[in-house]
Design a protein around this ligand. Structure first.
Ligand code: GUN
Length: 279
């Protein structure tokens, strides 16, 4: 029987730990605030931003909100970020992505002070992760590491195969697994013989953005499978990049969708906000 990795429970534990940390900081007279910026009203972004604000409220973190109209210019957005960079009452800055097409997303990300880059997207944060120095780490891959650790799954010496090479998930995921002394292989859309490589994985992390792409033919018996994907299937039911029904019986541990990696992203964002005050 496989272990179902409970992201709901683990993310709740982390949020409770952050809440306590924030309470203690407040006793010392330090407050925590995350500025949340949304440009336009993409419905998915509105849901994500709402969930982030709810988590902030739960943890005792302030979340000054900036809801900007779709027509906001790049200059206006950069000016707001500059103001928040200089505002000592703001510890973290989150610009919800995607941004409208007329705004250069990379320019905006790089304009956030690395000291307030709680998303871990700034090139300085990414560089720090690569060389093992201090900096914010992208929340979703950091959440995957926490899921593994808190489920008693050791990474050291294991063959970890990451499928996906995005800047937000795949690449930082590979770096974090390496930092935990895993032996890491990164696969992507151009990888030849993908199945032969994923079948070698002791720990398989899937972030490819294709519903139920990974079935049992891609997975070694007894592997640990982490599913970063989230989609709606043909019956409008939530599913991941992994075909859970087919794969789960062959694993030693697996994350469900929903309730696996998903809730960890916000928990790690809260954790990064608390860290932003400590540093
Ligand atoms: N859009 C989708 N996921 C994310 C995220 O983790 N951070 C930000 N800023 N935008 C997102």
């Amino acid at each position: 029987m496989y272990q179902l990795i409970d992201g709901k429970k683990i993310s709740a534990e982390i949020k409770d730990e952050v809440k306590e940390k924030v309470r203690l900081m407040k006793e010392e007279g330090k407050s925590v605030a995350l500025a949340v910026i949304q440009v336009g009203n993409d419905p998915a972004s509105t849901v994500y931003v709402g969930n982030k604000k709810k988590a902030c409220a739960y943890c005792g973190i302030g979340s000054p909100n900036y809801e900007l109209p779709e027509e906001t210019t790049e200059e206006e957005l950069l000016a707001l970020i500059e103001k928040l960079n200089l505002d000592d009452s703001v510890n973290g800055i989150l610009v919800q992505l995607p941004l409208p097409k007329h705004i250069n997303e990379d320019k905006v990300i790089q304009s956030i002070s690395p000291k307030k880059d709680v998303d871990g997207f700034h090139e300085k944060s990414v560089g720090a992760l690569c060389i093992g120095s201090k900096g914010f780490v992208s929340c979703t891959p950091q959440g995957v590491i926490e899921l593994l650790k808190r489920s008693g799954i050791s990474i050291q010496g294991k063959h970890c195969v990451v499928v996906g090479r995005s800047n937000i998930v795949g690449k930082p995921m590979a770096m974090l697994l390496l930092r935990e002394n895993g032996t890491v292989t990164v696969c992507h859309s151009k990888t030849e013989n993908l199945r032969e490589i994923t079948k070698l994985a002791d720990i398989l992390v899937v972030a490819i953005g294709k519903p139920k792409f990974i079935d049992d033919t891609y997975v070694k018996e007894g592997a640990v499978v982490i599913d970063v994907g989230i989609h709606r299937d043909e019956n409008n039911k939530l599913c991941g990049d992994v075909d859970f029904e087919k794969v789960a019986p062959h694993t030693s541990a697996i994350t469900p969708v929903p309730g696996g990696v998903g809730p960890m992203t916000i928990a790690m964002l809260m954790s990064n906000c608390a860290k932003a005050v400590e540093d």
